[in-house]
Design a protein around this ligand. Structure first.
Ligand SMILES: [Cu+2]
Length: 543
């Protein structure tokens, strides 16, 4: 550490060390032991305390000047069984995380646990029988991989980039460029996931505090887990380790934190001509990925680079949903997923920070709307479709919402370079998996995360602006990030722009998501749009 600044009135992120210390403190406290005994739970080895952070407005007033957490309590049916199968309902202790001191037992009454089957480990599933018709799939690259790694610099096909990693964003990609006829043309300066906000849309006593900022309050890097060959990644894999620090400031290593490999992705382009016959090319992509385990949930992050100049960011959400017993007098704002048990509806808003440099730093973002021209005059058949491209000139104009009726996209165009056709070279942000917040702007969680109020924000590059819901989200009251910065309404045309894209999982829970959730896959794309003069993948050789 080189400096320490005291910042009154804010809390830094919670740490995994605190999470473990809180577990130890709670299980040792006689009042908690007594609350568990009232529920017939006496084997503490089977209990898991899962401490969450929360927002200022929901913290009891007398504790607001402290560093606090509240906990879920879970119970394993047997050693090694799934703790998240059995919530200890009606018990949510509140704890001072600096002193590891119990502030409130948080016992709102015993609820008889319903009989559920919440196990996913084969030996614990009753009458388990594995399918017998799954034959192995092997991926082999007999001549080796087509990518090269020089330290943390990756080169693959015509792409080049540098790989970074930090406690908060996890994987970060730097200096993404594309080799065009011997010249490396910049596409992006830095790409990362900068925030994730997960409001549970349920005000019942079990769930009302559940508004996780998985990146700002905890850190995707801290929660990154080692990957395993043939399970997490298939084929010829190269791994990179990550080095982070614990709460005492000591370094530790996450082996195999980042996975690098190539994938075949079906047909890239094809045409069958009566005389020339069939020409087909296979699509190949370079995948850079990491997996974070956030208590009960898993987030799998994949950045993919394609032979046609496209970039895809895909997130897979899996793991185990939070569930609780449905009390007899309740109607659940969620889905019944097992006997007397429901999983609340919730949303995972992810904010991608896209510091693009399309052929340099002088870029303008255009909002692109397709519009049907009115019928009549020179449009007698009502066929004419026009593309309206509106330059975004200020931060206020840069606050954009997705429009299905115009198939809205956003184009990031160079103000200095033109292609052979005379138009500005550009990349397009093709939105995917975005959804509105569906939330009252006055609600406490929205005030902490105004970033979720728009699909896209555009700001001029400022190295100090990295955290879209503010640097200190833990116990926050207001969004001190994008909502505050953009009040300056700075110019963003012909500028070094940063795009903040909000997407994610609108999770209307399903019975099929229980007891472990098949990956819900969401993504968005960055595609060249006039960056090249023609299809850049004409030179991909036939297989
Ligand atoms: Cu979910």
């Amino acid at each position: 550490m080189t400096a320490f600044d005291h910042r009154p009135g804010v809390q830094p992120n919670a740490t995994e060390d605190e999470w473990h210390e809180a577990d130890a403190a709670l299980r040792a406290h006689p009042d908690i032991v007594a609350a568990l005994a009232r529920r017939g739970i006496t084997d503490l080895d089977l209990v898991l305390f899962d401490t969450w952070t929360y927002g200022f407005a929901l913290i009891p007033e007398q504790y607001r000047d402290r560093r606090v957490g509240w906990a879920d309590v879970w119970y394993r049916a047997a050693p090694g069984a799934n703790p998240y199968a059995h919530p200890v309902n009606g018990l949510h202790p509140v704890i001072d995380l600096n002193r590891m001191e119990l502030l409130e037992v948080g016992d709102t009454g015993v609820v008889e646990p319903p009989p559920v089957m919440g196990e996913y480990v084969p030996r614990l599933i009753p009458d388990y029988q594995a399918r017998e018709d799954v034959r192995p799939v092997e991926i082999s690259q007999p001549e080796g991989v087509s990518f090269g790694l020089d330290g943390y610099e990756l080169r693959w096909q015509k792409w080049s980039l540098r790989i970074g990693f930090n406690y908060r964003e996890g994987l970060v990609l730097h200096q993404v460029g594309y080799d065009d006829d011997g010249q490396v043309r910049p596409v992006a300066h830095r790409l990362s996931l900068a925030e994730m906000v997960v409001p549970y849309r349920d005000t019942s006593p079990e769930h009302y505090r559940r508004t996780a900022f998985d990146i700002g309050e905890w850190g995707l890097g801290f929660m990154t887990r080692s990957l395993e060959q043939h399970c997490d990644c298939l084929g010829e894999i190269r791994y990179l380790d990550a080095t982070l620090h614990n709460a005492a400031g000591e370094p530790y290593r996450i082996p195999n934190a980042i996975c690098l490999h190539e994938e075949d992705n079906g047909v890239l382009w094809k045409h069958v001509d009566a005389e020339a016959g069939a020409e087909v090319r296979r699509m190949r992509r370079m995948v850079i990925s990491f997996h974070a385990t956030v208590a009960n949930y898993e987030y799998l992050v994949y950045w993919r680079f394609y032979t046609d100049g496209s970039i895809e960011c895909e997130i897979r959400a899996t793991g185990i949903m939070v569930t609780t017993a449905l009390r007899p007098d309740e109607t659940a704002p969620g889905t019944i997923v097992d006997t007397g048990t429901y999983a609340p509806f919730h949303q995972h808003f992810i904010v991608a920070r896209l510091d693009l440099d399309v052929d340099g730093t002088d870029n303008t973002v255009y909002c692109c709307d397709s519009e049907a021209a009115p019928m009549g005059g020179d449009n007698p058949l009502g066929l004419t479709l026009t593309l309206r491209q509106t330059p975004l000139r200020t931060e206020a104009e840069g606050q954009q919402d997705y429009r299905w009726d115009t198939q809205r996209t956003w184009k990031v165009a160079s103000d200095t370079r033109r292609n052979r056709l005379g138009t500005p070279t550009a990349y397009k942000l093709i939105p995917g998996s975005c959804f509105p917040p569906m939330m009252d702007p006055a609600s406490p969680v929205f005030r902490r995360a105004e970033v979720i109020g728009h699909t896209l924000w555009v700001t001029p590059y400022d190295p100090a602006e990295r955290w879209p819901a503010g640097e200190f989200c833990n116990q926050s009251e207001r969004d001190e990030g994008l909502a505050a910065w953009t009040k300056q309404n700075r110019p963003i045309a012909d500028a070094d722009v940063v795009l903040w894209y909000v997407f994610g999982v609108h999770h209307i829970t399903r019975p099929e998501d229980w007891p472990v959730m098949p990956a819900d896959t969401v993504s968005f794309w960055l595609k060249p749009s006039g960056f090249f003069d023609r299809n850049p993948a004409l030179d991909v050789p036939p297989s």
